[in-house]
Design a protein around this ligand. Structure first.
Ligand SMILES: NC(=O)c1ccc[n+]([C@@H]2O[C@H](COP(=O)([O-])OP(=O)(O)OC[C@H]3O[C@@H](n4cnc5c(N)ncnc54)[C@H](O)[C@@H]3O)[C@@H](O)[C@H]2O)c1
Length: 334
């Protein structure tokens, strides 16, 4: 999925005075594309509390997840014509209100799917070999208790031949399935809506292989998977998609990964399932109450942690920047 580069022919449009604020940054290639098209692009971050006074001098703003574009801010900026979200989730933007005010809101939903899927596997491969704990303990005890730690982490397992349950079979879920097949896993998928079970793996030497996931009910998936990874959006009403009842259904010693959104699983119930040994480990990239996750989660010895970096790869950011730039250019060209 290589993005179109900035040096392809970008139409120069009448962009005199069109100002774009990339408040959470934009990949240099995307910025260059916009500048070549004639826009003024500011990448300095305006703090959230100053935006109400300063955002209205811009015609468009791009954000990732840090900047919040709430109703009051939208009302304070009648000059704003476009809000671009680099990434998927738009929970930081009052989308309906913006659209009601005639502001176009766009995002780049597919650009980061592969990066998120690879992070799921970072948690899974690390989890089955206890790397999340070994990386914490070796600096403390490695020089004095090497043999003890070697024994502690001696009962690892392989992913090959195990079953991965994918809850939510959208863009990221499908990428996860491809990596799982590549790792020799069986895949079961569940989604609220009907979906195609076919995925196409793009392997080295331009080899393409079509594979089918097994489809199942949510309960069957939970009961039959060695690992469950969740890829659903924030749930309406904030209800978790996974709580005690779901953890109870899972295989003893199964593991869970959440690289979707904080709130799609019940963190208290997760801690209880880990403490009781029902689940062996969890990999979390997203948390309730970000950016201040609970200390109980952060210090839990069976949780592999990453600070919401699913989309944070050079490749994904480049694709996001290019896609955003194209969306902005297309919008103002009209
Ligand atoms: N960790 C990160 O940095 C990062 C980066 C990008 C996206 N995300 C998150 O990943 C999640 C998935 O993104 P995506 O691009 O695959 O979205 P998507 O819309 O393509 O897929 C989500 C799927 O979940 C399904 N779904 C919704 N509620 C469900 C439920 N209760 N049970 C089963 N299925 C359900 C939908 O029908 C859809 O097919 C989103 O929450 C997104 O915000 C996280």
């Amino acid at each position: 999925m290589k993005p179109e580069k900035a040096d392809t022919l970008i139409p120069k449009i009448n962009t005199e005075m069109i100002k774009i604020l990339a408040n959470d940054g934009i990949d240099p290639i995307g910025k260059e594309m916009l500048e070549k098209a004639g826009f003024q692009v500011d990448t300095q971050n305006i703090p959230q509390e100053e935006l109400a006074l300063r955002l209205d001098e811009y015609d468009a703003v791009t954000v990732r997840s840090a900047t919040k574009i709430r109703r009051e801010l939208i009302d304070a900026c009648p000059n704003l014509k476009l809000i671009g979200r680099g990434g998927v989730g738009m929970d930081n933007i009052d989308v309906e209100h913006a659209r009601m005010k005639g502001i176009t809101v766009v995002n780049t939903p597919a650009s980061s799917s592969l990066s998120v899927a690879e992070l799921v596997f970072a948690h899974l491969f690390g989890g089955v070999r206890f790397l999340y704990d070994a990386n914490r303990q070796l600096p403390l005890q490695g020089a004095t208790n090497f043999a003890g730690l070697k024994k502690k982490y001696a009962k690892g397992s392989e992913l090959h031949g195990k079953t991965l349950g994918i809850l939510g079979f959208g863009r990221i879920g499908r990428e996860v399935a491809k990596l799982a097949f590549g790792a020799g896993m069986d895949v079961i998928a569940y989604d609220l809506y009907e979906f195609s079970p076919e995925v196409e793996l793009h392997l080295a030497n331009d080899t393409r292989v079509s594979m089918r996931v097994k489809t199942a009910s949510k309960e069957e998936l939970l009961r039959n998977s060695d690992f469950v990874t969740v890829h659903v959006p924030a749930q309406s009403g904030g209800l978790p998609a996974l709580g005690k009842a779901e953890f109870d259904m899972m295989k003893d010693g199964a593991a869970l990964v959440n690289c979707a959104r904080g709130g799609v699983l019940d963190e208290e119930a997760l801690i209880a399932a880990l403490d009781s040994g029902k689940l062996s480990f969890a990999g979390l990239d997203v948390f309730d109450g970000e950016p201040t996750p609970s200390q109980k989660i952060l210090s839990h010895p069976k949780i592999s942690l990453s600070p919401h970096i699913g989309a944070a790869t050079g490749e994904a950011q480049e694709r996001i920047g290019v896609e955003l730039a194209n969306l902005i250019i297309d919008f103002f060209k009209k």
